[in-house]
Write a protein that binds this ligand. Structure first.
Ligand code: BGC
Length: 731
C-alpha cells in the first residue's frame, strides 16, 4: 500500500543521508551550510560567464553547498542551463562525496530571472483576485520554468501579513487578512511542490520571512517589530503553520528583530517555535548577509565570529553569506575549538542533504531540457493575462466606464509609458527598473490602450523616465473625450522602496487636479504596490481602477477593462486608508470605531477607510439573498453550514468575489469587528443565479485567549455576506 511504500522510501532516504554524513569531514559539513552568490564564481567583467578557478575555489576548496541569484539581470534559458551544468559537473566530479549543489533563485510572481518569461501580478494583486486556482496555476507554471532552467529551489512565497502599508514589500504580501494569506500561501506552495519535489515540474518552495518582517513599527524595511505573543499566535503564525502542514520544504528568516531580539539569533523562534511547536522539519536559510549583521547592525554579537555562533546555536541551517567565505572559515574554527558541536552541524546538514535527495539531485543534478515551445507555452501567457484582469480592482465608477469604442483618450501621467510601474520588484532585475530587460510580449499601459482603442484615439506625451517633467504636464486636452491619468509608484524593491508618507506625491496630485479642472471626465488608473492616499483628488475623479503590479499583461488588461471587453472582478485584499495617519484594518477592535476628537467628531462612525477590505466594483450588478444557516445552535465540535444565493441582475457576464465574515458578539479577548473565514469567486452570466454552500468548522472561530492558548467560547456570532447578516449560537 502507498503508506508502506512511502515509509520504506523515507527509510531508504534516511539511510542514504546517514551513510553520507558518516563520510563527511567538518569542513564538508560547514560547506554544505554555506550559500554564496553567483558573483563569486563569475569572471570579473562578465555577468554570465563562469570563471573555472573561482568555481573551484567555491565548490572544491570551500566546499560550498548552495549558490543563489543572478548578476544584475535575467539570463536566457540556455545560459541558465550552461551555468548549472558547469556547477554540477564540478560538484560531481571534483569533490570528495560528489554532493550536488542546491541552486536557489527568487522566482517571484513568475520566473523573475528567466529572460522572455511572462510575469504574473505580484501577490497583492493575486490576493485581490481571490482566485486560489490562479495562484496555484501561476506557481506551477513558475516552478516548471524554473526547474527546467536547472534551478530546483525558489525563495517564495512571502507569508507575512500586509498590515503596515508603508512597508516597501507590501506588494509581495497576500494582503492584510490572516485567512486570505493562509489560503493563498497554501495554493502557491502546493503549486510549486506539485507532484513531489522529484518531479521535473516542481521546485522546493520557501516560506518567508519567518517571522514578523512585514509589521515593522516604523514601516521602514528591516526595522524592529514589537509584537505581543498573542498577536504572533493569532495573526502571524497561521499562514506559516498551514505551509508546514502542506509540506513546505524550506523557510527563510526575517532580517529584522522582534521585541529587541534579531530573529536570526533567536533560538526561541528558530527552534522552539518553528521546530518544536510547529513541527517544521525542512531547511532554514538566512536572508542576505543576515548572520554578519547580528554583529554589524543588530549588535547582539560583539564579533563576526560570535554572530556565526549565535545564528547556528539558534537553529539556522544555512547562511546566505553571500559575498565571501567568512561564515565557512569562522564556523570551522568554532567547531574545531569545541564551541559548536559537530552533532549540531549534523542536524543542519541532515536537512540539507535530505532536501537534495528529495529533489532527486544526486541522480539528476539538473532536470532534462525542454523545447522553447514547452517552456513558453502560450497557455502560460493566457494564465498570466487572466490573472492580470482578475487582480485589478475597480473602486469608483460614476458611469463613465466602460468607455465607448471610439472615445478620444488623453493619456497623462508617469505610469503611462513604462514597464517598471506595472511590475516593480523581482522583474528581470531586482527592482524591475531596467526597461531594456522586459519580455517582448510586455506592453505598457499606453501600448495596451493603443491596441484596444486604436492609435488614432489615444494621445500621450508621457515618457519612460518617471521623473521627466513631460509626465506631469496636462497639455492640450480640448479634443479629448476623457482624460486617463496613469498614476502610481515607480518600481522599487526592499530598501529603495522606503517612503516616509503614504500620500501620493505632490507632483502627481497636482497633475490630477489640473486634469479635474479641465472639466473633462477623468479616470485614474493607479499602478502601485501599496495603498497611496488619494483622498484629496478622489472626489473629482469619475472612475478609479487599481492595478497592483499586474505585470506583463497588466497594461493590456487595464485597457480591456476600461473598454468593457473585460469585466473587473478584483476585491481589495486590504483596507485602503483615507488618511495616511488613519490606518485601521477591517478586522479592527470595537474601540477603533469610536472617534470623539475635534474636528473629526465621528462618534461611533470612526472607521472611515477610503475603501473597505473586499471592496471592488463590476460593470454588472450582483444581488445577494437568502442567507440561511442550517444549524443555528452548534456544538463546539460542529460545523456551521450555510447557503446564500447570488444573482447577476445586470446586463453583462461577470465574476463576483464572495467574502464570508464572522463576528463574535462578546469574547474574553476583545472581538474584531469581523473576520474573514471563507471566500469564493463565482462566474455568472447576465440573469444567472447560483446557490453557494459554505461549511465553517466551529474550530475556525477559536482565538488565542488570555492564557495564550486557543479557545472557543460559547455565545452568539453573526455571519455576514454581501450586506446580509444571520446569527447563530455556539453552545
Ligand atoms: C530578500 C529575500 C530574497 C534574498 C535573495 C533578500 O534581500 O530579502 O526575500 O530571497 O534577498 O535574493
Amino acid at each position: 500500500d502507498p503508506e508502506t511504500i512511502q515509509a520504506s522510501a523515507n527509510n531508504e532516504s534516511d539511510a542514504f543521508v546517514e551513510s553520507l554524513l558518516d563520510k563527511m569531514s567538518v569542513e564538508e559539513k560547514v560547506g554544505q551550510m554555506t550559500q554564496v552568490t553567483i558573483d563569486l564564481i563569475l569572471k570579473d567583467n562578465s555577468t554570465t560567464e563562469i570563471d573555472p578557478d573561482k568555481l573551484r575555489k567555491a565548490i572544491v576548496e570551500k566546499k560550498v553547498g548552495s549558490i543563489l541569484n543572478v548578476k544584475g539581470h535575467a539570463y536566457d534559458y540556455d545560459t541558465w542551463r550552461t551555468i548549472l551544468t558547469s556547477i554540477q559537473e564540478v560538484a560531481k566530479n571534483e569533490t570528495e562525496n560528489s554532493i550536488p549543489i542546491l541552486y536557489g533563485i527568487d522566482a517571484i510572481h513568475g520566473a523573475t530571472y528567466l529572460k522572455g518569461s511572462s510575469l504574473f501580478p505580484h501577490n497583492i494583486g493575486m490576493a485581490a483576485s481571490r482566485n486560489t486556482d490562479l495562484v496555484h496555476e501561476a506557481a506551477y507554471i513558475t516552478a516548471f520554468q524554473t526547474r527546467s532552467s536547472g534551478i530546483p529551489w525558489d525563495f517564495d512565497p512571502v507569508l507575512g501579513l500586509g498590515r503596515q502599508p508603508l512597508w516597501s514589500r507590501f506588494e509581495e504580501t497576500f494582503g492584510e487578512d490572516v485567512h486570505l494569506v493562509t489560503e493563498m500561501g497554501k495554493a502557491a506552495i502546493t503549486g510549486y511542490q506539485k507532484d513531489g519535489l522529484k518531479s521535473n515540474t516542481a521546485v522546493a518552495a520557501c516560506m518567508k520571512h519567518f517571522l514578523g518582517y512585514s509589521v515593522p513599527v516604523s514601516g521602514k524595511d528591516r526595522t524592529p517589530a514589537n509584537i505581543s505573543d498573542l498577536y504572533i499566535k493569532e495573526y502571524l503564525l497561521p499562514p506559516f503553520q498551514e505551509a508546514v502542514d502542506n509540506g513546505v520544504a524550506t523557510v527563510m528568516i526575517n532580517s529584522g528583530e522582534i521585541n529587541g531580539i534579531p530573529v536570526h539569533g533567536s533560538k526561541y523562534f528558530l527552534t522552539e517555535v518553528l521546530r518544536n511547536q510547529m513541527g517544521f522539519k525542512g531547511l532554514a536559510v538566512s536572508d542576505w548577509e543576515d548572520v554578519k549583521r547580528l554583529h554589524t547592525r543588530h549588535k547582539t554579537a560583539d564579533s563576526h565570529k560570535e554572530a556565526v555562533r549565535q545564528a547556528v546555536e539558534a537553529g539556522l541551517d544555512m547562511s546566505m553569506v553571500p559575498y565571501d567565505y567568512t561564515f565557512y572559515d569562522l564556523l570551522v574554527e568554532l567547531v574545531n575549538e569545541g564551541t559548536i558541536s559537530e552533532s549540531r552541524l549534523d542536524e543542519s546538514v541532515r536537512r540539507i542533504l535530505k532536501l537534495k535527495n528529495d529533489l532527486g539531485l544526486f541522480d539528476q543534478p539538473i532536470s532534462p531540457a525542454v523545447s522553447k515551445e514547452k517552456l513558453f507555452n502560450p497557455d502560460f501567457d493566457k494564465a498570466a493575462y487572466t490573472a492580470s484582469v482578475e487582480s485589478m480592482v475597480l473602486t469608483k465608477n460614476d458611469g463613465v466606464l466602460p468607455l465607448k469604442q471610439n472615445t478620444k483618450i488623453a493619456l497623462v501621467g508617469p505610469a503611462a509609458n513604462a514597464y517598471g510601474p506595472l511590475h516593480s520588484s523581482w522583474s528581470f532585475t531586482w527592482m524591475g527598473n531596467d526597461e531594456s530587460q522586459y519580455s517582448e510580449q510586455t506592453k505598457t499601459f499606453h501600448e495596451g490602450l493603443v491596441e484596444v482603442f486604436g492609435a488614432d484615439n489615444v494621445f500621450s506625451r508621457s515618457v519612460t523616465e518617471w521623473d521627466n517633467e513631460k509626465n506631469y504636464e496636462i497639455g492640450d486636452v480640448s479634443n479629448a473625450d476623457v482624460i486617463i491619468l496613469a498614476l502610481g509608484e515607480p518600481p522599487y524593491a526592499e530598501g529603495p522602496g522606503v517612503i516616509d508618507d503614504l500620500d501620493l506625491d505632490e507632483k502627481q496630485l497636482q497633475l490630477a487636479q489640473k486634469a479635474i479642472k479641465s472639466g473633462k471626465p477623468v479616470v485614474a488608473v493607479l499602478f502601485t504596490g501599496r495603498p497611496r492616499v488619494i483622498s484629496s483628488i478622489e472626489p473629482g475623479l469619475n472612475g478609479i481602477l487599481l492595478g497592483f503590479r499586474p505585470a506583463t499583461f497588466g497594461g493590456l488588461a487595464a485597457a480591456n477593462i476600461l473598454a468593457g471587453n473585460e469585466n473587473p472582478s478584483g476585491a481589495l485584499p486590504f483596507t485602503y486608508p483615507r488618511k495616511s495617519g488613519d490606518v485601521i484594518h477591517y478586522d479592527h477592535k470595537g474601540t477603533e470605531e469610536f472617534r470623539e476628537d475635534i474636528p473629526n467628531t465621528y462618534g461611533n462612525d470612526g472607521y472611515r477607510p477610503q475603501w473597505d477590505f473586499g471592496h471592488g466594483l463590476s460593470y454588472t450588478d450582483f444581488k445577494f439573498r437568502d442567507l440561511v444557516i442550517k444549524n443555528k445552535s452548534i456544538a463546539k465540535d460542529g460545523t456551521v453550514e450555510l447557503t446564500v444565493k447570488v444573482e447577476n441582475t445586470g446586463k453583462m457576464a461577470g465574476k463576483k468575489v464572495v467574502d464570508v465574515f464572522v463576528r463574535d458578539h462578546f469574547a474574553s479577548i476583545t472581538p474584531s469587528a469581523k473576520r474573514l473565514k471563507a471566500f469564493d469567486k463565482v462566474y455568472l452570466d447576465a440573469g444567472e443565479s447560483v446557490e453557494l454552500n459554505f461549511a465553517i468548522p466551529v474550530s475556525d472561530l477559536a482565538f488565542i485567549g488570555r492564557d495564550g492558548k486557543s479557545v472557543i467560547e460559547p455565545g452568539d456570532f453573526d455571519i455576514m455576506i454581501g450586506g446580509l447578516k444571520e446569527t447563530f449560537t455556539v453552545k
